[in-house]
Design a protein around this ligand. Structure first.
Ligand code: LLP
Length: 472
């Protein structure tokens, strides 16, 4: 018999065998959970995810270890897809924002669930293509795409979401050159516009306000439309993304109203027949108990209502509606398991407990002051008797993963598991202090498979060159 984690799971299912847990999972919106959907405590008092004992996973694969719950990821994809079917009369396509975690296995899972992929570099294009996703479902973003990257995307037949004049002119030139060489079809593009919609999130991850480095400014839209109408580019629609880790629904409700004006203007005045509207990503997740994001279904419902009302009101046919969730798809599907090392108590101030990773595998706390929740995976029901600070092993005082968390007594060798590390952890990981990047495994039905190999010490020297004259 296994138990789930009632105090940590919002929609607590008191006691249940794994089979029962899995059968009730599809009702839970993964982005509202602290833990992956399949998390339970097993008879050894260990945390188990996807039917795998986390302590055994660490014994097998080492630590730090990213553990991805396949059921949670597939459930999130299905909830996005099903919500569009239920709440939108037109066509829709969900694109996974792979900047959240770009690797072959994650792209392959979301691709198998019928999602397309949003990419922001040639590296992410390559990953999406190699994972088997059709190029017709790959949309290429970025505010400074190189000509080399543009050619790669065009030759691969991806859609390009054009961010600025520099890029637009480069693409128009490539389209002219290509019409001579006829080496690839007319570039399929969308235009990223800054909608002037503000939202409440960390200032580094707001993007829809006017003072943003992304997208065309509303003041220049008419000039952009005129330029595109006069070019050989095949412009299929417009895009906006207002920010990330957003809990309010109103900004996403408002996007439809702003975008429809531009949709109409492009058609009426410039003869541009747009068919697609992409409203970006941004739905937040629960990192700590006090976070209260809307469910995937509520978010989709709101977006669909906003777009449907706006287009009906303007007398326009409903566009194909695209969105690009990243965090809300992968964030809560993954945990990071660390091994606890030493500790230090500063009398009357705090106790530091150190783990074998830190800001190199999770740079979010030091970058955005992000908060996380953790448990000791080999003593799940032990009483929480102390308030401690979880420190990483990097040579930097700010390398603190969690400040002031309630924990049981711990000792060196215990397994600490931090939740909600699927989004922007591996993808923002570094080799700071020459730490090798961790391994990642996917778990499902009691089986684990490696999806990213742990870097070795030798891997760290892979790109180093020592010129002959510097050799000792
Ligand atoms: N579409 C575009 C154009 C984006 O720029 C982003 C995120 C997304 C979609 C996906 O947003 P999401 O659904 O994941 O919120 N490193 C930061 C987050 C940066 C987000 C960048 N753009 C963090 O760790 O919080």
């Amino acid at each position: 018999m296994t138990t789930v984690l009632p105090s940590l799971r919002e929609d607590a299912i008191a006691t249940s065998a794994i089979g029962n847990v899995e059968s009730s999972l599809d009702k839970l919106s993964p982005n509202q959970q602290l833990l992956p959907l399949t998390a339970v405590v097993n008879s050894h008092d260990h945390l188990e995810i996807g039917g795998c004992d986390v302590v055994e996973l660490v014994q097998q694969y080492g630590s730090p270890l990213y553990i991805l719950d396949e059921v949670s990821l597939r459930t999130g994809c299905q909830q996005y897809r099903d919500a569009f079917t239920k709440h939108y009369q037109g066509k829709a396509q969900v694109l996974y924002a792979s900047k959240a975690w770009s690797c072959l296995a994650v792209c392959a899972i979301v691709g198998a669930e019928g999602l397309g992929i949003d990419v922001v570099s040639a590296g992410e294009i390559l990953t999406a293509l190699r994972s088997g996703v059709s190029p017709s479902l790959i949309y290429f973003h970025g505010n400074n795409k190189s000509v080399d990257e543009l050619i790669y995307a065009l030759e691969s037949n991806c859609t390009i979401v054009v961010d600025n004049w520099h890029e637009l002119k480069n693409l128009a030139r490539l389209a002219e050159e290509q019409s001579i060489e006829a080496s690839f079809a007319a570039p399929r593009i969308m235009l990223r516009l800054t909608p002037g919609i503000e939202c409440h999130t960390h200032e580094y991850i707001q993007t829809g306000h006017i003072d943003s480095k992304f997208g065309f400014d509303p003041n220049e839209i008419e000039t952009v439309f005129a330029f595109v109408a006069d070019s050989k580019l095949n412009c299929i629609g417009i895009h906006a993304h207002i920010g990330s880790q957003i809990f309010e629904l109103q900004p996403h409700q408002d996007i439809g109203g702003v975008m429809v004006e531009w949709f109409k203007l492009a058609g009426d005045k410039y003869g541009l027949k747009f068919t697609e509207l992409n409203i970006g990503g941004g739905l937040g997740i629960r990192y700590v108990e006090s976070d209260d994001p809307p469910s995937i279904e509520d978010w989709v419902k709101t977006v669909c209502a906003g777009v449907t009302d706006a287009f009906n009101h303007a007398g326009l046919a409903l566009p194909k509606l695209l969105c690009e969730p990243g965090r809300s798809l992968v964030g809560a599907t993954c945990v990071t398991a660390y091994t606890i090392g030493g500790s230090k108590t500063v009398p009357d101030i705090r106790t530091y407990i150190t783990v074998d990773g830190g800001m190199s595998d999770n740079p979010r706390p030091i970058t955005y002051q992000s908060k996380y929740r953790a448990v000791v995976a080999n003593h799940m029901s032990a009483a929480l008797t102390q308030t401690v600070t979880i420190a990483g092993k990097h040579c930097e005082s700010g390398d603190i993963l969690i400040k002031d968390i309630q924990m049981p007594e711990t000792q060196a060798g215990d397994t600490l598991v931090v939740f909600g590390t699927g989004a922007y952890n591996y993808s923002m990981a570094s080799n700071y202090n020459r730490l090798p990047k961790p391994a990642a495994v996917v778990v499902k039905g009691g089986e684990s498979s490696l999806i990213i190999k742990r870097e070795t010490r030798e891997d760290l020297l892979r790109q180093d060159c020592l010129p002959e004259r510097l050799r000792q």
